[in-house]
Design a protein around this ligand. Structure first.
Ligand code: HPA
Length: 201
């Protein structure tokens, strides 16, 4: 449905996707299926790996819901990434023999990449991948009552974990190189969601 996203690093505003996500909800959409490119914090998850997001860390501790009123703003984030749809996605990966990692995605504000010290800290916190998006949208989507599922494509090792320095060009190139297998899994996942009854009631 959406061909991209507003990133917080573009304007400093982390609620840039509020209008789009609330519109989707108003139009009857049930699920926000997010994708992103991320840096891997785990040696067993090299560039090209696909990771199912099971949880997230809001490292900047910024919220797109600041300024909202009402009790609904106190959103329960205990199962932000939909447990039933996580199970469904796992099952599909298994059935297709697609190597699908799982882990916690950490939002870094950007747009600069992280320092090696930051990457070591994030890994110690329990993050498995780091990126500059997704978390504000997950918060907005849960607030709006959308279910959320997210997939991260590892485009590089986090700063200091690989031999290469990080560039946006290299990130895009790796996304291109592994994008077709990820896109195929994404396409199959989307088709398979037709078989999830709870998305169609
Ligand atoms: N850090 C932050 N965002 C990213 C990275 C990274 O290493 N790779 C792709 N997006």
């Amino acid at each position: 449905m959406l061909g991209g996203r507003k990133h917080t690093y573009e304007t400093g505003d982390c609620s840039g996707m509020a209008g789009a996500l609330r519109s989707l909800k108003a139009w009857g959409v049930k699920l926000l299926l997010q994708t992103n490119a991320a840096g891997s914090l785990r040696a067993h998850m090299p560039p090209g790996s696909l990771m199912l997001i099971t949880d997230h860390i809001n490292a900047p501790q910024r919220s797109p819901l600041v300024g909202e009123s009402g009790n609904a703003r106190f959103v329960d984030m205990g199962a932000a990434y939909d447990p039933e749809l996580l199970a469904h996605t796992r099952q599909l990966a298994q059935a297709q023999a697609v190597a699908l990692h799982e882990g916690t995605y950490l939002w870094a504000l950007g747009p600069q990449f992280e320092t090696p010290a930051e990457i070591r800290m994030f890994a110690a916190w329990g993050a498995d991948a780091v990126g500059m998006s997704t978390v504000p949208e997950t918060i907005l989507a849960r607030h709006a009552g959308l279910r959320v599922l997210g997939l991260s494509l590892m485009t590089n090792m986090g700063a200091g974990l690989g031999d290469e320095s990080l560039t946006h060009a290299a990130t895009l190139q790796q996304a291109q190189a592994s994008g077709s297998y990820a896109a195929q899994f994404l396409a199959d996942l989307i088709s398979s969601l037709a078989d999830v009854p709870s998305l169609h009631t």
